[in-house]
Design a protein around this ligand. Structure first.
Ligand code: PEP
Ligand code: MN
Length: 337
């Protein structure tokens, strides 16, 4: 249930409303924005008489909400959330580009790519140490060694690290990681979501499952937030459809749709969405124009020899060009009114 307060609501009466709600085991979350003050009510409001609240002089309107997600819901939190990724802010008008290889392969590869993407304007780096591969015979990632290499690249460049967590027992290894990525295949690994919610407040980049609806994506974000970690970013990486011309199908409408439903930042992954390096730039440009809060792009110094996802990896030169075009679009990007 959402209670919208009148603009000039008397503080004493608001306090007594909050006390009245608490006495009924309802947890009120007050959110004061520029335009309005709203109280999001968490608890069993089903049996409550809305008319009693509506009748109060401080109340503008009362609404029962249908959506099952509360913490991630824009209605409870009208202002955009800003997630601070070790100094790199994402959301609320702040835009960042995360770039790097699909997988960490060696010190030379990771440090070299990190330096080149930084020179082109990337502000965070990506690289998988633990890789979710469709085939058990494919390269599975360097594991713990991969994380050490990412730290080496961070020492060399200062770029914060974004890398995927696949198993709860690996979480202690992620102490120096800046952003935990939850991959598409684990979007509904609820135990993992609860663990990243309760064990740390580190930013989480939550990727949409390949057959997940947006409501399911938001419910997964809700798992993390309800467990205690509000620092969630939603990542669209394309979904599985009947189309075979691209690796996945991306519908950039998700950006304004998610922004209406939720206050969480939206990051777009044009690499996994399309599967081809030549399609990364147009989708990255489109996503920027449509108001994405960030992009995550795969870049490899030698795509034909990449151990994972070489076909969709931009070369550092392609990435540099894309970054220039994105910078030109940014001042004109759509923003929710
Ligand atoms: C990745 O980012 O390398 C990855 C495996 O992505 P996804 O989970 O979106 O497939
Ligand atoms: Mn990849």
């Amino acid at each position: 249930m959402i209670i919208v307060l009148k603009k000039d609501a008397d503080k004493g009466q608001v306090e007594s409303l909050l006390g009245w709600l608490r006495a009924r085991n309802i947890k009120p979350n007050v959110s004061t924005g520029d335009r309005e003050t709203v109280i999001g009510c968490v608890g069993d409001v089903a049996k409550m008489d809305i008319g009693l609240v509506q009748a109060l002089s401080v109340v503008e309107s009362v609404q029962r909400i249908q959506e099952p997600y509360k913490a991630a819901n824009r209605k409870f939190h009208p202002e955009d959330s800003v997630v601070d990724c070790s100094g790199m802010k994402i959301g609320g008008g702040n835009f960042q580009v995360i770039a790097g290889p699909c997988s960490v392969e060696s010190v030379e590869q990771m440090v070299g790519i990190a330096k080149s993407v930084k020179a082109s304007g990337a502000t965070l780096m990506r690289g998988g140490a633990f890789k979710p591969r469709t085939s058990p015979y494919s390269f599975q990632g360097l594991g713990k060694r991969g994380l050490e290499i990412l730290l080496e690249a961070k020492r060399e460049t200062g770029l914060p690290i974004v890398t995927e967590l696949m198993a709860i027992e690996h979480l202690p290894l992620f102490n120096d990681v800046d952003v935990i990525q939850i991959g598409a295949r684990n979007m509904q690994n609820f135990d993992l979501l609860k663990e990243v919610g309760s064990m740390s407040k580190k930013p989480v980049l939550l990727k949409r499952g390949m057959s997940a609806t947006l409501q399911e994506l938001l419910m997964s974000a809700e798992y993390i937030m309800a467990s205690g970690n509000p620092n969630v970013m939603l990542c669209e990486r394309g979904i599985r459809t009947f189309e075979t011309a691209t690796r996945n199908t991306i519908d950039l409408t998700v950006i304004p749709v998610l922004k209406r439903l939720s206050h969480l930042p939206v990051v777009i992954d044009p690499s996994h969405a399309t599967g081809y390096a030549h399609l990364v730039e147009p989708v990255a440009m489109g996503a920027t124009a449509m108001g994405a809060d960030g992009l995550i792009i795969e870049v490899h110094n030698d795509p034909p020899h990449a151990l994972c996802d070489g076909v969709q990896s931009q070369t550092p030169e392609m990435f540099a060009e894309t970054m220039k075009k994105i910078a030109a679009i940014r001042p004109h990007a759509w923003r929710r009114a």
